[in-house]
Write a protein that binds this ligand. Sequence first.
Ligand SMILES: C[S@@+](CC[C@H](N)C(=O)[O-])C[C@H]1O[C@@H](n2cnc3c(N)ncnc32)[C@H](O)[C@@H]1O
Length: 324
Amino acid sequence: MDARHVPVLLKETLEYLRVSPGAVVLDATVGLGGHSAAILESVGGDAQLIGLDRDPAALAVAGERLACFGDRVRLVQSRFSRFVEVLAELGVPGVDAVVLDAGVSSLQLDDPERGFSFLADGDLDMRMGGASGGEAPAVTLLNKASFQSLRELIRDYGEDPQAGRIARAIVAAREKEPITRTLELAAIVEAAYPAKWRATARQHPATRTFQAIRMAVNAELVELEAFLERIPDVLRPGGRVAVIAFHSLEDRLVKRAFRREAAGCICPREQMLCVCGHAPRLRILTKKPVTPGEAEVAENSRSRSAKLRAAERLADDGAQGERP
Ligand SMILES: C[S@@+](CC[C@H](N)C(=O)[O-])C[C@H]1O[C@@H](n2cnc3c(N)ncnc32)[C@H](O)[C@@H]1O
């Protein structure tokens, strides 16, 4: 298998999910079907899997890869923030394991026409769900957003210390003519970098800007937050969730959501008496995020920034759940 198609932190994901025969599994980002196939192979029996992806092209690839599992697999084109509705539509009241492997797939990165790559020329699109998803393409954001918003998103989502210079260069370039192509944007960002930084940079100067714009176009953090909020509603007692994040802001959302659901009272600190009535619904399984070992990073560079966190659904009385 092509190294770029190897699922990230696969062994660890399987260990944390501990899927048993007869389980119902939700893969919220089925992608090319790597995690899904490994889960079903590892468990055998009659485990069922529901795979979501917003990208119809990914679903086509996953469909072929998972065809050998027959009607044990159901694939649905959807944003994962809608997973509760999708499960209801399928008549699935609860699940035993959930995996979410965030971010962009190699299928998306490798197709220049989708506009995710700064290394090949294509339209500045970057919509993971293609034209069908209702999001505005990157070209709209780049040519319409104010200097301030561009600077903030390149700073916050891209974590790029040159965000101000880059945003200024984008605004100056689009005043002459709209920016429409990936290589055009990459060149604008590269030229905005101070020469000294360009010479010493370990990655292409446009890496962070492209990441930031992709995250904004696909509302990636909004999606993740909505997903995390509803996970305890559908996990059966003893069921487990594993989330693989690639960005510090994503990982922070996962950490906070798990902590909130693992806590008893969530009243503000200054409140003397509890009024929230919140009961813990999750038990955190990973005190610290699990990261890939050197061997995995050497084999698959996409895994470099991966962080896995996992949690288990408690029974509603706060007791640890029983596995079927
Ligand atoms: C890193 S890939 C998943 C790879 C997969 N785990 C595998 O082993 O092949 C991430 C996938 O998540 C999808 N995705 C990202 N955000 C999504 C969202 N909000 N809703 C649904 N799918 C999403 C992308 O389209 C992409 O196919």
